[in-house]
Design a protein around this ligand. Structure first.
Ligand SMILES: [Fe+2]
Length: 460
């Protein structure tokens, strides 16, 4: 059978393939119907190789140890079917990718996906998953070039072209090509307003360029579509809250936090990452967040041994430390150390960046601010290894800066803020703290100028 993009697909009937097409279309737009569409696919053909494989991929995307076990189960079902019924080389390669991914070998998994894409550049499933893995490997160059490598096979006439533009937009944004990113992202949204990954890419451009008011308007435009979106919608609400935070509109941030970001108190990893990183930012700005940490800490108590990815792990640590769960913090640090002894992708990342981050967070909540600087400063350029976006990882750069002040290391604060002001010249948060560092070092004139810049930017 042929799928929507003309790729040979092993299936018992056409209805299964059409439902499989719907599953991918839903997945690409973070649709709430994704799971149902996959169920329908497997109802039409209970042995469809790629459907079982996609089920395994979806389990992996939850980033939960128990579901990684289920992903292995889906892999077994897919392999059984491939053995009995046969499968194309492309499908077999997908099984290799799922196998590697579920063993924690992200580089191997993404290499399989890229091999698929070299022969089948219209395999949008491989493209989207490679995008995800390059992103969590913190590999901005491959994130960008992965899309570039397949563009020769795509144009308006190919089903799903808009989504490719959306992927390209985000990849360009993370590699710092902001103008090109915005162009691609807007083109994708024009074709398909439900392409929330493209909406998100343009929001990231606005975040990186400190276009706060534009950012608020941009996300609000997509509000009707967020209702049809899975929990990725909470991440867009997080971005909106971030723009409000930069506008120093704390009331809106807290409202978005309670009514949107934590509306259903979910424990999906991205939702916890959004929430913890927003609460930390609020507290650093002197906002009393009440007992909001408690609910997050409660959920994270059960996740001290997860280690599916370092990125969520360090956010779980944040909730535990902020929530005063000292025993869980120690338990998690121990577990991180044991995990870091292995050689799988995230085990290596844990050793080089995860443990320093975990320790820095624990030190911060113990009031050991000099230790935060000592642990975090040497690894700050290594942080991309944990994956996530520049905007998300900025939390840890802010943590380092806050710790330099709290430990009276004003020269280090000045150095960090000087480089940050050069990189983010329109960011009031940066200029305010820069002013504080300069004042502490008796540069009154410089401090006054930095303060004026902050006020001017805030009022712009
Ligand atoms: Fe984002």
């Amino acid at each position: 059978m042929l799928d929507a993009r003309g790729l040979e697909t092993t299936a018992a009937n056409d209805a299964a393939v059409r439902n499989f097409d719907t599953t991918l279309a839903q997945y690409l737009r973070f649709g709430t119907e994704t799971g149902d569409a996959l169920k329908r696919t497997l109802a039409e053909d209970p042995e469809m190789v790629l459907a079982h494989c996609v089920k395994g991929y979806f389990f992996m995307l939850f980033c939960v140890p128990a579901l990684t076990g289920k992903a292995r189960g889906s892999l077994d079902a897919a392999r059984r079917s491939a053995g009995e019924r046969g499968a194309t080389e492309r499908e077999r390669r997908h099984l290799d990718a799922l196998d590697a991914w579920s063993r924690g070998e992200f580089e191997q998994a993404v290499a399989h996906l890229e091999t698929i894409l070299a022969g089948h550049p219209r395999d949008i499933l491989a493209l989207k998953l490679a995008h995800y893995l390059h992103f969590y490997l913190g590999d901005d160059e491959n994130l960008r070039d992965s899309i570039g490598r397949v563009l020769h096979a795509w144009d308006e006439t190919v089903d799903g072209y808009g989504y490719v533009l959306g992927l390209q937009a985000f990849a360009l944004e993370e590699s710092g090509a902001w103008d090109e990113a915005e162009h691609a992202g807007r083109a994708a949204v024009e074709r398909n307003p439900s392409d929330l990954w493209a909406v998100h890419a343009v929001a990231h451009v606005m975040e990186m360029q400190d276009r706060r008011r534009e950012g608020v308007a941009w996300i609000r435009e997509s509000e009707p579509r967020l209702a049809e979106c899975n929990n990725f919608g909470y991440h867009l609400w997080w971005h909106l809250a971030l723009f409000h935070l930069d506008l120093e509109d704390v009331e809106s941030v807290l409202r978005l936090y309670d009514e949107r970001m934590r509306a259903d108190l979910s424990d999906e990893y991205l939702d916890i990452c959004n929430a913890t990183s927003m609460l930390w930012r609020l507290e650093e700005r002197g906002v009393d967040v009440g007992d909001r940490w408690n609910e997050l800490a409660e959920r994270c108590e059960a996740r001290t041994g997860d280690h599916q990815m370092v990125f969520p792990d360090v956010h779980y640590m944040l909730a535990l430390a902020a929530g005063g769960r000292d025993a869980a913090v120690e338990r998690m640090l121990d577990s991180m150390r044991t995990f870091a002894e292995g050689t799988a992708t995230e085990q290596v990342v844990m050793r080089s960046a995860g443990i320093p981050l975990g320790k820095a967070i624990a030190h911060w909540y113990r009031g050991e601010y000099a230790e935060v600087v000592e642990v975090l400063a040497p690894v700050r350029y290594r942080l991309p290894l944990i994956g996530g976006s520049h905007a998300q990882r900025d939390l840890f750069h802010q943590l380092l800066i806050a710790a330099t002040f709290a430990s009276g290391r004003y020269e280090t604060a000045r150095t960090l803020l000087s480089e940050r002001a050069a990189r983010k010249p329109r960011n009031p948060w940066t200029w305010k703290r820069y002013a504080r560092a300069l004042a502490a070092l008796d540069d009154d004139e410089g401090a006054a100028l930095a303060r004026e810049t902050a006020v001017r930017l805030l009022n712009a």
